[in-house]
Design a protein around this ligand. Structure first.
Ligand code: GUN
Length: 292
């Protein structure tokens, strides 16, 4: 079994980005500027957004964190998005999901200028992704592709099973793994809550990508020998023996599944850090596209 070390690879990517930023500075160019909007006080979301902003500092980007109260109306959020769309100083921005229930997420995503949509959630960017056009690929799927590529994991002709059809991970992942090129050229099955006989499907998979948010869902008996396992789950499970009071748990029963797998991502330290690195990469891309 080989560990797909997202922490290490994301550090490599951040160093590569930092070197690019240094060159920009030396040339007297403006450095990339990422803004993030967070609405409400969800602890996990605040942590993720905090990490995104901290990573900006590390690579030399400018960053702006916009915190809005949980009572924010859709109109107020749309106004903030308009401001960011029109602010030439901001190269890319994200609206952290999920949003409070009084806000229609689709309306918000549609309001983001596609050229600043570094999450790749706008339908224009999602459509371009599906059509193999250059665009912002959603950061988590992009991070998984990058991990597979850097570890040279063969995907051509393999059966990839994606578990979960979220707009952020499962759906785009299912499209990307079936695209031409590497990593891609896979035969993809997208499974979800209505899938029947899921164990039968997962046990035929060469590559399994789980994005469910159900701790320890994928068991050793559900996979075949030497499968490649990508765990996108990051659920906070209460654990009083830890100071924080919880531990981050993936969708995969790592202890048992890792004995059968050929490659596997740990949680934490697998897909999570890759998401942030690829968001930075998309922001760099947004800056570069502005120059041209
Ligand atoms: N919530 C969980 N993952 C993401 C992400 O990649 N981007 C945003 N904006 N919100 C998220």
């Amino acid at each position: 079994m080989k560990l797909l070390d997202g922490k290490k690879v994301s550090d490599d990517i951040k160093n590569e980005i930092a070197a690019e930023v240094l060159k920009m500075k030396e040339n007297g160019e403006k450095v990339p500027h990422l803004a993030a909007i967070i609405v409400g006080n969800d602890g996990a979301s605040l942590t993720y957004v905090g990490s995104k902003v901290k990573s900006c500092e590390r690579v030399g980007f400018e960053s702006t964190l916009i915190k809005m109260p949980s009572t924010t109306s859709e109109t107020e959020l749309l106004k903030k998005i308009k401001e960011l769309n029109e602010d030439d100083n901001i190269d890319g921005f994200i609206v952290q999901l999920p949003l409070p229930k009084q806000i229609d997420t689709q309306k918000i995503i549609l309001a983001i200028d596609p050229s600043k949509d570094v999450d790749g959630f706008h339908p224009e960017n999602f459509g371009k992704m599906a059509l193999d056009m250059t665009t912002f690929i959603p950061a988590t799927p992009f991070g998984i592709l990058e991990l597979l590529e850097r570890y040279n994991v063969e995907t051509k002709g393999k059966h990839t099973v994606v578990i979960g059809r979220s707009h952020i991970v499962g759906r785009p992942m299912s499209i990307l793994m079936g695209r031409k090129g590497f990593p891609g050229n896979s035969t993809v099955t997208l499974t979800h809550s209505h899938t029947k006989n899921i164990n039968q499907i997962t046990s035929q998979a060469d590559i399994i990508i789980t994005a469910l948010g159900v701790p320890n869902y994928l068991k050793a008996e559900m996979i075949k020998d030497d499968a490649v396992i990508i765990d996108v789950g990051i659920t906070r499970v209460p654990d009083e023996s830890i100071e924080k009071g919880y531990k981050i748990t993936g969708d995969v029963d790592f202890e048992n599944v890792s004995k059968k797998a050929s490659f596997i991502t740990p949680v934490p330290g697998g897909v999570g850090p890759m998401t942030i690195a690829m968001l930075l990469k998309n922001t760099l891309l947004a800056r570069e596209q502005k120059k041209n």
